[in-house]
Design a protein around this ligand. Structure first.
Ligand SMILES: CC(=O)N[C@H]1[C@@H](OP(=O)(O)OP(=O)(O)OC[C@H]2O[C@@H](n3ccc(=O)[nH]c3=O)[C@H](O)[C@@H]2O)O[C@H](CO)[C@@H](O)[C@@H]1O
Ligand SMILES: C=C(OP(=O)(O)O)C(=O)O
Length: 428
């Protein structure tokens, strides 16, 4: 097991290239199950979620060949192999095997997913959607059993705006008989990306990216080639790090429109950012103003950037209030930031940050993916060395983060943990 060490105070300079979007990739790979021939996906990030999903595709009989950032997925010999345990628990997006296998085989057995623990993460809206399409769904000993004689299009109103439920219902509905309408659908760019792949496979989908998605089911879907969109959360994380500890940082391979809620808040704080077509240039900021943020469904401020943004706010002058309306308890990073001298209290579902403070290096643990990003951002600004454990979370979603930050001038490296440290880590 490794830990990450960051020596703070080194200014970031130069260019960082953003990888393909994790939250697209984790749906695009399962979507390949629906095709009758090879699906080629280009520009995938080097993250463990992609590796785990590739192994899961192989477990059900697919072949997956990696050529650089491209995966060639041959779904021809896949079967409805049950996946009640094991790798499905390593990530959140294994739930997409439910929709995709239901679409192709009309049956699936998938263990309840893992992923970041951000408080309860129910999947009732996914199940409501599958049932509306004609599936019988039962939960037996922690695995979801889905079966349908046939899938029939339906009108489905989501009680909660959910990225996962929207995509999962799309995956099943593209092979249902007749028309499906998803109302109150999520509108994230990743949903458009998945719809683009499915459309290239022959699916008929209208309205992805709006809150009403219309799908006309088809009998067959064929292989195709698809290039993934850039990761707006990874881009946002580097933009925050540049605002925190950058001289002049060019963020390359981004779609600036996907980052508008973040960029607006950074500008309100006084960060100077130039926008190009596919690039952002972030300038050094020495005096930042405090701001309040409230996370909302897209296109509001993304919950996945709330945690790294909180680290940046420790540098701002005054009091900032952070409220997460998507995951009201997504505050596990706060205790760790406090170990680093951050002045933050959590009150009534909000984190209240008083700044500016000089952060101090400390031994901290990443409890989840974006908590990890928050701690790295804090480590870049801190006096001395910050030691971060829990890297398995960070590696689920940040492609080559150590190398990317090193290239920007950070003093960051990985070390094997000693046995004593591992025991301490387990007890933390
Ligand atoms: C793999 C992936 O894409 N993960 C993202 C996805 O997670 P995920 O798809 O799991 O998140 P959802 O959009 O489904 O969740 C949004 C909210 O709806 C609630 N909910 C969701 C489904 C459901 O059936 N019932 C229900 O009550 C959740 O508890 C949460 O409060 O969107 C989240 C919200 O933008 C992001 O933080 C995650 O990075
Ligand atoms: C919460 C996240 O991921 P997941 O849904 O895969 O756990 C995230 O990407 O911040």
């Amino acid at each position: 097991m490794q830990k990450l060490l960051v020596e703070g105070g080194h200014w970031l300079n130069g260019k960082v290239r953003i990888s393909g979007a994790k939250n697209s990739a984790v749906a695009l790979l399962p979507a390949a199950i629906l095709a009758d021939s090879k699906v080629i996906i280009e520009g995938l990030p080097d993250i463990s979620d992609v590796e785990t999903l590739s192994l899961l595709l192989e477990e059900i009989g697919g072949t997956v060949e990696k050529r650089g950032q491209t995966l060639h997925i041959d779904p021809t010999h896949m079967t409805a192999m049950p996946l009640p345990n094991g790798r499905v628990k390593k990530l959140r997006a294994s739930y997409y095997f439910m929709g995709a296998m239901l679409g192709r085989f009309k049956e699936a057995v998938i263990g309840l997913p893992g992923g970041c623990y951000l408080g309860p993460r129910p999947i009732d809206q996914h199940i409501k959607g599958f049932e509306a399409l004609g599936a019988t769904v039962t939960n037996e000993q922690g695995a979801i059993y889905l079966r349908a004689k046939e899938l029939r299009g339906a009108r489905i109103y989501l009680d909660v705006v959910s990225v996962g439920a929207t995509i999962n219902i799309m995956l099943a509905a593209v092979k249902a008989k007749g028309k499906t309408i998803i109302e109150n659908a999520a509108r994230e760019p990743e949903i458009i990306d998945v719809a683009t792949l499915l459309t290239s496979m022959g699916a008929k989908i209208k309205g992805a990216g709006t809150d009403v998605i219309r799908i006309e089911g088809v009998d067959e879907l064929t292989g195709c080639m698809h290039t993934i969109i850039p990761d707006r959360i990874e881009a946002g994380t580097y933009t925050i790090m540049a605002a925190a500890q950058g001289e002049k940082v060019l963020i390359d391979n981004v779609i600036p429109q996907h980052l508008e809620p973040l960029l607006a808040k950074l500008r309100e704080m006084g960060v100077v950012i130039e926008e190009g077509e596919e690039q952002l240039l972030v300038y050094r900021s020495d005096r930042l103003k405090s701001v309040d943020i409230k996370t909302l469904v897209h296109p509001g401020f993304p919950t996945d950037l709330q945690q790294p943004f909180t680290s940046l706010l420790t540098k701002a002058i005054g009091t900032s209030v952070v409220t997460d309306t998507i995951y009201t308890a997504r505050f596990k990073h706060i205790d760790e930031l406090r170990r680093m001298n951050a002045q933050i209290k959590v009150e009534g579902g909000s984190a209240i940050i008083t700044g500016p403070v000089q952060l101090e290096g400390a031994k901290v643990k990443a409890s989840d993916l974006r908590a990890g990003a928050a701690l790295i951002a804090a480590g870049l600004m801190a006096n001395g060395v910050t030691e971060i454990t829990g890297l398995e979370h960070i590696d689920r979603g940040y492609s080559l983060i150590t190398d990317k930050l090193k290239n920007l001038g950070a003093n960051i490296w990985r070390e094997e943990m000693s046995e004593a440290e591992m025991i301490q880590f387990e007890n933390l």
